[in-house]
Design a protein around this ligand. Sequence first.
Ligand code: ADP
Length: 326
Amino acid sequence: MTSEKKPRRIGVLTSGGDAPGMNAAVRSVVRTCIQYGVTPIGVYRGYNGLINGDMEELNARSVNGITSKGGTMLYTARCPEFATPEGLRRAVDTCRYKGIDGLIAIGGDGTFRGARDLAEHGIPTVGIPGTIDNDISCSHYSIGFDTAANTAVECIDRLADTMQSHERCSVVEVMGRGAGHLALYVGLAVGATAIITPEQPFNFETDVAEKIREGKYHGKHHFLIIVAEGTGKTDEIAERIRESTGLETRVTIIGHIQRGGSPSARDRVMASRMGHYAVLRLLEGDGNIVVVYRNSQIMHLPITEALSMKKDLDAYMYRVAAEIGI
Ligand code: ADP
């Protein structure tokens, strides 16, 4: 949707799961707004803030020093009420009442569905991909993935040192709500023997047990199996490894540690670029779009088109990991 009227007050919110780098995106939105004579409004706790009017005007100094901080200064929350007609109506009313005539929503696919609904009700809205899972179909990159991957790799490297000394098998659960992109990437980075994701079918006997037995035969003492949280099978896989190989096997769930910490340079830079781009799109009159990173470029797509896309696990990356994890 393209409109003639330039927004005067642009709201920014973070929604869904938090991701390191969201702060850098918020800072970029706020300062780009100021640069172009628009008033930035920080909306708190995702779509809850739109429903309740929980928001305030920000200025260049409100976002001082936040680039290096994980989490989100605007807080984030899920808001089931917003997905109801009544919740949406209240959010639209609040935008009108507060004079918000453009909104930038940083989050995942759920957040983009909300953004599309708002745009269809006359509030020009731009989505920015922010989730550590990198499961947003339309974009090859989402804010937070790089930091989360590096954090998980650091944790697993530390774990591998001790497990190696004891000649144990580690089964490590990596985050990913129904998606294995983070587990696959991390698994390749740490040199896992096997990576188990919800997307990729696997055969326990040939893909795990046999590989461990082979490795043992060829003098390998320590095994690392990465399991994506979304499989819901971490404990079961560890138990089966114990039974079928006799190895002392320990489960480690990295958990929420993966979400926190100072964002990587890549996340900060991408977040800054995407935030700037989103404001310029609103100023150009776009308002039912999502900012995406495709083929090494920041660009945008209509939200409906973005939501209709499908993202497969990188089959070649999976093959590389499987073939060198011996
Ligand atoms: P993410 O944005 O990371 O995918 P969620 O799926 O939890 O996270 O969505 C975040 C928020 O977006 C929800 O709490 C809700 O407010 C809003 N949302 C999610 N799905 C929809 C939908 N189908 N229609 C409208 N709003 C939605």
